[in-house]
Design a protein around this ligand. Sequence first.
Ligand code: ASP
Length: 419
Amino acid sequence: MVKPGDIVRIKTEDDVLEGTYIEKPTLLGADTIVLKLDHGYNIGIDKNKIKDIKIVKESIKRKVKHEPLPVDKKLPTVLILSTGGTISSKVDYTTGGVLAEYDARDFVEMCPELSKIANIQAERVMQIMSEDMGTDDWSNISKAVADRLKDVDGIVLTMGTDTFGYTAAALSFALKVNKPVVITAAQRSIDRGSSDAFFNLICAVKAAAEWDGAEVVTCMHGTSADDHCLLLRGSSVRKMHSSRRDAFRPINTHELATITPKKITPSNIKHKKRSKDKIVLNNLFSSDVALVYAHPGMKPEVFDMYQKYKGIIIAGTGFGHVPSQVYDRIKELVDNGVFVGMTTQCIYGSTSSTVYSPLRRLSLEVGITFLGDMLSETAFAKLSWACGSAKNIEEIKKTMLDNIAHESSNRRDFNDFLN
Ligand code: ASP
């Protein structure tokens, strides 16, 4: 009797297929079975066409034992805090999808190289996919980092990739740190041969243990091969591809350093150095904020939704445009005390409130605050943070225009486009 997880060979009328048998997802009809093939993709097979089915290897439930972690007094200490996501996931043979199951402790058991770089401590903060992370989670993660950073030489935070850029930005505002806080993740789950998890983890632990900086940064594959990772500022990183290992790119800037398991090579960008300064935590975030994407034919009533919000970010077209039919409705929001900030949906480059007359109107008459080259996702996280403690729209506006974590700059380097 074939069980989910068994490796089977199936002979059909026109093919022979080998793969892992997955319990049929309920969406498929009773006549279909599902195989996960070697390259990771699933295939449905019509039962009526099956001539023969053989078990090649029975599934074994892999138990990860927790041995005491080794301690080497000559090595720095790094704490890995896990929050879930694909890096913590393995294939769930009842659905064929991946489920967050492993935590920081398991990473150390499965990747003994980590213990050669640092004495590893491991804790689970939460176990969720990053699409489910909200402002309360940003608040709890920042607090966990602030509580533990003083006892170690650096922290690695693992999470899902989807909202990685938002969380990295949120933490960059919520925390002033005196050691590295390195966020990493994986595009492919740890139980797949092509997983990027271990290389990312090794480079992230190397950075947390040895980088001379004191900022919230991210550490992910720099190319699709396992040759180096890029250390990027948390306030200007974006997921630019849904599946590539090198999906995380610096926007309007470049890396702070490249990291290999053996070496850290700094770039020419100056960064804040490790120090004995106090760690400062301000983890109040508001969820009464939104990120709205401008589009052709946008209807004014879209903005009625936000009457009770504290603020919204509009990702405008080009330099920061919205269709003129929505101007009056946005002005009503601003007049009612809702902060409205403008970023560009071009991703690269900056907004401008002066190039075209409509932009001058949006800025001077409608009252929109133009946010320069700040990424839309970063602006959203910053707005949530600004609204968490500000008392009025003027304070929100001031915070949004202050450059707090290198989230905006006037520097333009031709080579920073699509790098
Ligand atoms: N949806 C997953 C998440 O963000 C994807 C990933 O981790 O790569 O948690």
